[in-house]
Design a protein around this ligand. Structure first.
Ligand SMILES: [Zn+2]
Length: 391
């Protein structure tokens, strides 16, 4: 761990009730960073601004308070000083560095509701000196289309589900798309390219609690990101036992330590994102991760590990859900009634699955895992989102 981290530790011992106890015990005595317990989402609820507040440092002025909860459940809050927030927009602007002064950019991130994304991205765009259309994804689809048609921006930034609803053959003035929050599907990327988008890039890997973690240089593959090592210390840990994984290509959970957050410290925070260390093609010389989806997408059945993505890849471009029956070690693939897909037999689908993940292959061949296919009228949904995995 670097000097920047130990400076943060010194501050927290003096000014943070939650961390002073932990850090005095662990770091000061042994100097061993890896003994610091992981911070969980539950801790942020219980000890952050929505709970006892012991996780919020004293003697610092709160600039912004953001809500970081999802659309369901109790929201949790995280606070930034203005200097901390300024730094977030600085790193974000690095993620968007393909945007130049002559670009006209529509900001379609979600504004309002105490969310951080819209205003931090807007601030990052200001630094790039481009022309900004602060539309927001909360505006009605029809109005967004009107604004786009009238101002004809060449660049759009936002979340994929939002972007895909407003682009069409008519928006052929768009040539750059930067997205965050989730990934585009492969067929959506093909569509964007077909209507003239030349740059389709991740606007960085971030978590609302931990802020910006990594960026994508032009050479990196889809879902690969370089770590902002001066801002975040990243570990990948084994999902089961929490042991730090340093080997390349081993999938685990992303754990981050933000070296610049003093007000609401983020130390060894379990993000719930799955990733693996990879060797990038480029010469940037930065540690690089490939994101593999959310922790919730991971399935362990009969001691075999596999992911929703394995199935999505094998059945691309069809939309699917997975129903897991643990007592029978059975995975049922639900496919929305699709005649094209029906041309693929169940055994063909299973052969494809065996190619994407060796654990699935072994499990199926050893008869420890069973996979079946079912066609349904509609995939199971909650809050307009497909339940990708359920039991
Ligand atoms: Zn690079």
């Amino acid at each position: 761990m670097n000097e920047k981290f130990w400076r943060l530790v010194d501050f927290l011992i003096e000014n943070n009730d939650f961390y002073s106890k932990i850090l005095k015990k662990v770091c000061v005595k042994s100097g061993d960073y890896s003994e610091i317990p992981f911070l969980t989402r539950k801790d942020i609820y219980e000890f952050g601004l929505s709970g006892t507040k012991s996780l919020v440092s004293k003697n610092l002025k709160i600039g912004y308070i953001f809500s970081t909860g999802g659309t369901t459940g109790k929201p949790k809050y995280v606070a930034y000083t203005f200097d901390e927030f300024e730094l977030v927009s600085f790193y974000l602007s690095k993620c968007y560095d393909g945007i130049v002064e002559s670009d006209v950019v529509a900001n379609l991130f979600m504004a309002g509701n105490m969310w951080a994304s819209f205003i931090s991205v807007n601030r990052a765009l200001e630094k790039l000196r481009c022309t900004i259309l602060p539309i927001s994804g909360t505006t009605s689809i029809e109005l967004i289309k009107n604004y786009l048609g009238y101002f004809r921006p060449n660049c759009v930034v936002g979340i994929p589900t939002q972007i895909i609803q407003v682009v069409s053959e008519k928006t052929n003035f768009l040539n750059k798309v930067y997205y965050g929050g989730e990934s585009f599907l492969e067929n959506q990327i093909k569509f964007l390219m077909s209507i003239g988008c030349k740059i389709i890039k991740s606007g960085g890997y971030a978590s609302v609690d931990a802020d910006i973690i990594a960026y994508q240089c032009d050479m990196l593959d889809f879902n690969q990101h370089h770590i902002f090592t001066e801002h975040q210390f990243v570990e990948i840990i084994d999902i089961e036992n929490g042991i730090v994984l340093n080997e390349k290509e081993k999938i685990g959970e992303v754990v981050v330590t933000n070296l610049d957050r003093y007000l609401c410290p983020i130390i060894r925070y379990r993000t719930g994102d799955l990733a693996k260390w990879v060797d990038p093609k480029c010469s940037c010389g930065r540690p690089t991760i490939e994101l593999m989806g959310r922790f919730d997408d991971w399935i362990r059945l009969a001691s075999y590990d596999f992911y929703y993505q394995d199935f999505a890849k094998a059945l691309y471009p069809f939309q699917i859900s997975l129903k897991i029956n643990r007592s029978k070690s059975l995975v049922t693939i639900l496919i929305e009634n699709n005649d094209e897909c029906k041309k693929m037999s169940e055994s063909e689908i299973i052969e494809k699955l065996k190619l994407v993940n060796w654990q699935l292959k072994e499990g199926i061949e050893e008869n420890m895992l069973k996979v079946e296919v079912q066609y349904v009228k509609q995939l199971p949904m909650t809050n307009k989102k497909i339940n990708v995995i359920y039991e």
